[in-house]
Write a new protein. Structure first.
Length: 722
């Protein structure tokens, strides 16, 4: 993109005045934001840890009282004394709702409850409760938090002698009330989850009951349940609103205390500081721009006037001079330019007739050429155009006015874009396509250009652009591709049915098979699998050539992929007693499409095993280089003749001296996959010395246009010219 002198002056002055202030200001804002965020997170940490410690303390105190009662129960007391003991425990701890003695089968044989908290009458059976079963099996205390309306209750099981157990139900109202009163900012709140991640205590006015089931799936909840210490996380709630929070595990319960607050509210102070800083920078920039504009205008006005005069002369307009009254060297330059303009006008008048005569002669020669010919300068001004180009591009007959550009003569902006791109990049192997096809007829043109150099001179006269009719070639190529895809699609559907019925037969669903029948069906199944693989390879090649291959880039270890493929091909190699090896110095990570990389290794390993004799070796080498990863599949087979080494990656190419199967597309697919990642693949081999297939993949992934589309081509659909 070209910038004039005037905007350069402005940008330079604004940059000098604004950029240092902006850099320092934004750095300070960033430091401030980090400090505020750290303070907010520390506050969250401490509050979550405080609540968790409060719950742990409560549980420990309660547990000590119950253990004291258990020690008394273990003494030789009759049932009436035990009931009195339990009743006194409830009366001294007004948050215990129920205490029951359970027999080995889990049925209540003695129960004492607090009538102000519960309404109990019958003895219940706790034998199927997983917590009771766990307590009896481990002979250890178990407990859980269970939601009950807006107030959760705590259930505890204690093992007693002779298989008996004790069940305690606690409703810690005071503790929950204290936790509920803990608030963070204006809308932050605290909630507690059990070991399954389900909320057992939460503020009902802040959490919608419909959201309770999804809370356990939140990343912060899963992280809190697996944590051993206090932590924090940022996440989005069910309304897709960003939240920031912290958590602290409750080890004795297996649950956790979680605290969440809207991110915008938590970092409000940092946001306000950032907004004020940005507003201040905008004000500085506004005043700096005003001053720079005024100063740049004073400096660049004479130069811009001289530039406009030069542009007029370049267009052939010699009528306007340059007036620069700056009383300095720029005024001297303007006077010299005006004298040059007058001399050029005299020369141009002499050359006009000669130029017109030469142009007519050239047009007469080009008139009979079948291809469209268009000659322009590098700016797109038309100098010559033949009859075919006029017809296709819609340029009217008659002399072309001087200095007429492609934009002024060709109304279609898309055609303008293609022609200008080709003209500005004249290369032998660069071409674009123009498609003028309609329902009635087909017309496709290849557009290419070359620089025109005068004989005996090195200076360029312009660019000649050729419009070559490739309609027939396109139709033949399309027919070939459609036929290939159609026949392979038609073959794949019946092959799928054949393999489905073979699977039924192998599983002996219609009836048992004798050994000879089973062996024959297994042979048919292997043959059908090979045929289906061939069909899929043909379809994959068609898909890759059509530019429809999508790369799913992920970071993976090339060494692990190679090792995995070695393990996958181990059974095939074992049939010929071929030894497979991987040589790599540690894991080599790369951002690639892992599935396609596996396919490259599979195809290369399959070929290596196929052409390696019994008791041979196949090795994979993985080498980490500065900007790429180099992989090599080496075999000890018979080798490839020199005349096939360069063409073996082409479609349907197979070495004639080797007995092979398949379609000859495996290496072609490897080539497409490697080049799609921006890499390259090649082979090194000699007859009798084995073969080495190399491919390199860049560490910075990039899509290769050579794979997903034809190099240097572009197709433009447009309407035909009359």
């Amino acid at each position: 993109m070209r910038f004039g002198l005037y905007p350069k002056f402005i940008l330079t002055l604004v940059a000098i005045s604004v950029l240092p202030v902006a850099f320092v200001g934004l750095r300070l804002v960033g430091i401030n934001q980090k400090g505020i965020q750290a303070a907010v997170l520390e506050l969250h940490y401490k509050l979550a840890q405080k609540i968790a410690e409060r719950v742990e303390t409560y549980l420990q105190t309660t547990d000590e009282k119950i253990l004291f009662a258990m020690q008394m129960l273990e003494k030789n007391l009759d049932w009436q004394d035990k009931q009195v003991l339990l009743q006194s425990l409830i009366e001294s701890h007004n948050e215990i709702g129920k205490i029951a003695i359970l027999n080995p089968q889990g049925k209540e044989v003695l129960k004492v409850y607090n009538p102000s908290l519960l309404e109990e009458s019958k003895l219940s059976d706790q034998g199927r409760d997983p917590e009771y079963i766990a307590s009896q099996q481990t002979q250890k205390k178990t407990m859980r938090l269970t939601p009950s309306g807006v107030l959760p209750h705590l259930e505890m099981y204690y093992p007693l002698r002779r298989g008996f157990g004790m069940y305690v139900l606690i409703l810690p109202k005071k503790l929950w009330k204290e936790i509920q009163e803990e608030r963070v900012g204006g809308s932050g709140f605290v909630f507690i989850v059990n070991r399954q991640g389900n909320p057992v205590f939460y503020p009902a006015n802040l959490i919608n009951p419909d959201q309770i089931g999804s809370i356990s799936q939140r990343p912060m909840v899963r992280q809190a349940l697996g944590a051993l210490a206090v932590g924090s996380a940022e996440f989005k709630d069910d309304k897709a609103e960003e939240q920031v929070g912290s958590f602290a595990p409750i080890s004795s319960l297996g649950g956790a205390v979680l605290l969440q607050q809207p991110k915008a509210e938590a970092y409000l102070a940092a946001t306000q500081i950032k907004r004020q800083a940005i507003l201040f920078l905008w004000l500085i920039g506004f005043f700096a721009l005003g001053g720079a504009t005024y100063l740049a205008g004073q400096l660049s006005k004479p130069i811009l006037a001289l530039t406009k005069g030069a542009e007029a002369v370049a267009r052939g307009d010699f009528s306007k001079g340059v007036d620069a009254s700056s009383n300095d060297e720029l005024q001297d330059l303007a006077d010299t330019f005006n004298r040059m303009r007058l001399r050029l006008r005299e020369y141009a008048q002499i050359q006009v007739d000669r130029i017109i005569s030469e142009q007519k002669k050239t047009e007469a020669i080009l008139f009979s050429i079948a291809d469209g010919i268009l000659m322009t300068d590098f700016e797109g001004r038309i100098q010559l155009v033949n009859r075919r180009a006029r017809t296709v591009l819609g340029i009217p007959d008659g002399p072309i006015p001087e200095n007429q550009t492609i934009q002024s003569l060709i109304p279609d902006s898309r055609i303008q874009k293609i022609l200008l791109e080709v003209i500005q990049n004249p290369q032998e192997n660069l071409y674009r396509e123009l498609d003028f096809s309609t329902d009635q007829f087909k017309l496709v043109l290849n557009v290419s250009s070359q620089t025109v150099v005068a004989p005996g001179k090195e200076t360029s006269m312009g660019v000649v652009t050729a419009l070559h009719d490739v309609t027939l070639e396109k139709e033949l190529s399309k027919m070939k591709e459609e036929f290939l895809q159609s026949i392979t699609h038609d073959l794949r559907n019946p092959m799928g049915a054949i393999r489905g019925f073979l699977e039924f037969l192998l599983k002996e669903i219609p009836g048992p098979l004798n050994p000879q029948q089973k062996k024959m069906i297994e042979s048919i199944d292997r043959a059908s699998f090979r045929l289906l693989a061939m069909i899929n390879n043909i379809l994959d090649i068609a898909k890759m050539e059509a530019g429809k291959m999508d790369l799913k880039l992920i970071s993976c270890s090339v060494t692990e992929v190679a090792t995995r493929m070695i393990e996958l091909m181990e059974s095939l190699a074992r049939r010929k007693n071929i030894h497979l090896e991987v040589h790599a110095v540690g894991p080599v990570s790369l951002v690639v499409d892992e599935g396609l990389l596996e396919r490259v290794f599979t195809n290369l390993l399959g070929n290596a095993i196929k052409f390696t004799p019994e008791d041979g070796k196949v090795k994979i080498h993985v080498e980490d280089r500065a900007d790429a990863v180099l992989c090599c599949v080496e075999d000890s087979g018979e080798g490839i003749p020199a005349e096939f080494v360069q063409t073996i990656f082409d479609k349907f190419i197979q070495v004639k001296t080797q007995k092979t199967g398949g379609t000859g597309l495996g290496l072609t697919i490897c080539k497409y996959v490697v080049e799609a990642h921006g890499g390259k693949i090649w082979a090194e081999s000699a007859v009798g010395k084995g073969s080495k297939f190399f491919f390199s993949l860049p560490k910075r992934p990039r899509m290769s246009e050579a794979v997903v589309s034809v190099p240097g081509t572009e197709t433009l659909q447009t309407q035909p010219r009359s």
